[in-house]
Write a protein that binds this ligand. Structure first.
Ligand code: FPP
Length: 262
């Protein structure tokens, strides 16, 4: 039966051209629940299970950085009860998955305006990050209370302060310096960005970092996005040609016409 074929066999990957960094906009939890006559929060609970399975699959495949958009700055406008459920699911996820992260050498971190999160969630995030800091195989990043425009504005403010104080001159400001002032300073830019649920937007996620990212959109709702869907997205990424503004001939001459930057 087809369901017994492991996703690795159905979508065989070229290990030499894996995306180093995969970022995901997890969307469609509410619609998934509504389609089944369930309350929206049941969709979030099912979505938390997708998080668990996709993290495990990404680690198994050999992805070095996985970044998940779990709660945007704009999500603070949702009903209080829904926000409380999301925070509870997040805390439970961190507690339940700590051992698996440690056993699998996964380093956890959170990015975003974390000071807006409930105190207990902030403490759980810090505890998980500290307890997994030695993980050397994959960095799992949750974007929480995150907004890319705010991230860029904060970077501009920090740079402006440095110029004002005489620590930096305007000529020192270039792409690299700017990138070092973002939450993602220690990470490569995403090679592949996935968005579920049939929406074709970036929704204020990693706007600076996604300048040359391959985008993958699927109609699948996040609670249905499991190992096989993840493999399919990475497989499709490997079929694409990345040019970074160059011609096909130039890329071929570099001997790196497909897959991640070397
Ligand atoms: C978008 O679906 C999803 C979110 C706003 C939150 C993502 C949360 C999870 C996947 C579960 C908990 C997270 C972790 C890390 C365990 P939506 O509610 O906007 O769906 P809709 O567009 O169909 O309404």
């Amino acid at each position: 039966m087809s369901a017994e074929i492991p996703p690795e066999s159905r979508y065989p990957l070229d290990n030499n051209r894996l995306p180093r960094h995969v970022a995901i906009i997890m969307d469609g939890n509410g619609r998934w629940a509504q389609r089944q006559g369930l309350r929206r929060v049941r969709g979030h609970a099912a979505g938390a299970e997708s998080v668990r399975l996709v993290v495990r699959q990404a680690r198994k495949v050999g992805i070095s950085f996985l970044t998940l958009y779990a709660f945007s700055e704009e999500n603070w406008q949702r009903p209080g009860a829904e926000i409380r459920v999301l925070m509870a699911l997040l805390s439970r996820y961190l507690q339940r998955e700590l051992k698996e992260m440690q056993d699998n050498q996964i380093a956890f971190q959170a990015i975003g305006n974390l000071s807006r999160l409930p105190q207990d969630v902030q403490e759980e995030l810090a505890k998980t990050a500290a307890a997994t800091a030695a993980g050397a195989q994959m960095v799992l990043t949750l974007a929480l209370s995150y907004g890319a425009r705010s991230e860029i504005v904060a970077a501009a403010q920090a740079i402006a302060r440095a110029v004002k104080d005489g620590r930096l001159s305007p000529e020192d400001i270039d792409h690299d310096l700017f990138a070092r002032h973002l939450f993602t300073a220690d990470m490569p830019d995403p090679d592949l960005l996935i968005r579920t649920s049939g929406e074709f937007r970036l929704s204020n996620f990693l706007l600076w970092q996604s300048a040359y990212t391959e985008l993958y959109f699927t109609d699948t709702l996040w609670p249905d996005f499991r190992e096989e869907e993840f493999m399919k997205a990475v497989w499709e990424y490997q079929q694409r040609e990345r040019r970074y503004g160059l011609t096909q001939e130039q890329i071929a001459a570099q001997g790196a016409s497909r897959g991640p930057r070397t």
